[in-house]
Design a protein around this ligand. Structure first.
Ligand code: FAD
Length: 409
């Protein structure tokens, strides 16, 4: 099979494979067979646990799976498991992973066994300027030894693995000295401290890495190629945030996650304001943004499948406005009740919580301002801003005093 397989041929192949293998039980043996045969992710390349099918052919095959009530044959990796790591880790692995690391992680991802994970990118001195990060990974035998600090790590305490961006090169410009790893979070060299958020939740963490170890084989891409690998991971994250915010959070916000307006209509009805023309107009405005962003999300997903895309930034930026507007609307409809918030029971106050949590999309995965920079430079083709450290070896770039010792090591 492959890209040229027609939908009819894919349908026929799926039907024939199902008649031989599907016994009506979704157990470990079924998932092994499904993954080995490439039917768990038929759009993934052949040789990487997929069949290389086009989306249209995979959709036809998926109909056969649905008809037989057999799990599998996800079209764009969303329907088999509702697991964001299929994209966040799967996409960089497919694009840059060695055969060895693919063999280790892809079956685990596809069988649903990878659990919770985290992104170890941001540092106290490197958020928007992520390429300026200073956590260092030093080669030692067949491992790298990692030292440094990460921050804002969502789900850090629950994580089995972390996607780690670390510095391996100090004598090259900042973007060229980064390397991308998957690190085992369950090891003595990793200390995780929760951070209390404005909502009362504590999903964020500080992560301290002290002589933490990562096998060299768990590098994605080559040493110094980390920035390139990161772009694939970030595009997956941003397109996820553009279409369904808070995908990495265990407790997602409710507003903006849909292409309908039931939540807004219900809020207006409860407030007795459904007949107010101003309120009705506001509902329609937010609904139209939501609908438009669903289409942008589809365009971004299609582009990402073909290669690097900046469209995800458009969807993510728009989702920021959608989340804030929806949350602000329901908050206002709730009236004086909105003044009450119990920080120990945030989930009992979903409207207030959504209002505060809406900032997830404006900052997480790259702030709104950074998305605007990306859109202006990569979509609109405007000139880049001033880059004082362009071409300067990272060792010579000015940094905060507390981390300078790391760069001199
Ligand atoms: C809900 C949430 C979840 C997150 N989860 C994770 C996670 O799991 N893993 C992880 O590694 N990180 C995570 N982050 C961190 C997030 O990626 C950073 O907060 C973000 O990149 C901004 O970095 P910063 O906080 O250091 O702000 P700064 O970079 O210090 O920015 C401060 C302000 O300056 C603006 N600014 C900075 N540079 C520019 C510029 N060049 N042009 C215009 N404006 C600029 C920014 O837009 C912002 O308003 C998360 C953040 C949030 C809010």
């Amino acid at each position: 099979m492959g890209k040229s397989t027609s939908p009819d041929a894919a349908r026929e192949a799926a039907r024939s494979w199902l008649s031989e293998h599907w016994k009506g039980v979704d157990d470990a043996a079924w998932r092994d067979a499904l993954v080995d045969a490439g039917w768990a992710a038929p759009t993934w390349p052949e040789g990487s646990y997929g069949l290389g099918l086009s989306k249209e052919a995979a959709r036809a095959a998926a109909e056969e799976f649905q008809g037989a009530a057999a799990p599998g044959a996800c079209v764009d990796l969303a329907s088999f498991h509702d697991d964001p790591w299929l994209r966040l880790l799967g996409n960089p692995l497919l694009a840059f992973g060695s055969p060895e690391i693919k063999r280790h992680f892809l079956p685990m991802l596809l069988k649903g066994g990878i659990g919770q994970n985290c992104l170890l990118y941001s540092e106290p001195g490197a958020g928007s300027d992520l390429a300026g990060l200073q956590t260092r990974a030093e080669f030692d035998g067949d491992e790298y030894v990692v030292n440094g600090q990460k921050i804002w790590t969502t789900n850090g305490r629950a994580a089995n693995y972390g996607l780690l961006l670390a510095r391996t090169g100090w004598d090259v410009p900042k973007h060229a000295g980064l390397t991308f790893f998957v690190i085992d979070m369950r090891q003595p060299g990793i200390e995780i401290r929760p951070i209390r958020q404005i909502t009362g939740d504590a999903e964020f963490n500080e992560v301290f890495l002290t002589d933490a170890r990562v096998p060299a084989a768990w590098m994605i891409g080559e040493p110094g190629q980390g920035w390139k690998v990161l772009q694939v991971a970030l595009a997956a994250e941003r397109s996820g945030m553009g279409s369904a915010s808070a995908s990495m959070s265990g407790t997602p916000i409710r507003t903006g996650l849909r292409d309908a307006a039931d939540d807004l209509i219900e809020a207006a009805r409860s407030a007795g304001r459904l007949d107010d023309p101003n309120v009705r107009q506001e509902i329609v405005k937010i609904l139209s943004w939501r609908l438009t962003n669903v289409w942008t999300g589809r365009r971004a997903a299609a582009e990402i499948r073909r290669g690097p895309s900046s469209l995800a930034s458009l969807g993510k930026l728009a989702m920021s406005r959608i989340l804030h507007s929806g949350a602000d609307f329901t908050y206002r409809m709730q009236g004086e009740q909105s003044l009450v918030y119990d920080y120990d029971k945030p989930l009992e106050h979903p409207v207030d919580r959504d209002l505060m949590f809406a900032f997830i999309n404006s900052i997480g995965g790259g702030s709104d301002q950074i998305q605007r920079n990306i859109i202006s430079e990569r979509v609109l083709g405007l000139p880049k801003g001033f880059e004082p450290d362009k071409g300067v070896p990272f060792r010579d770039v000015r940094k905060g005093a507390d981390t300078r010792s790391a760069s001199q090591a």
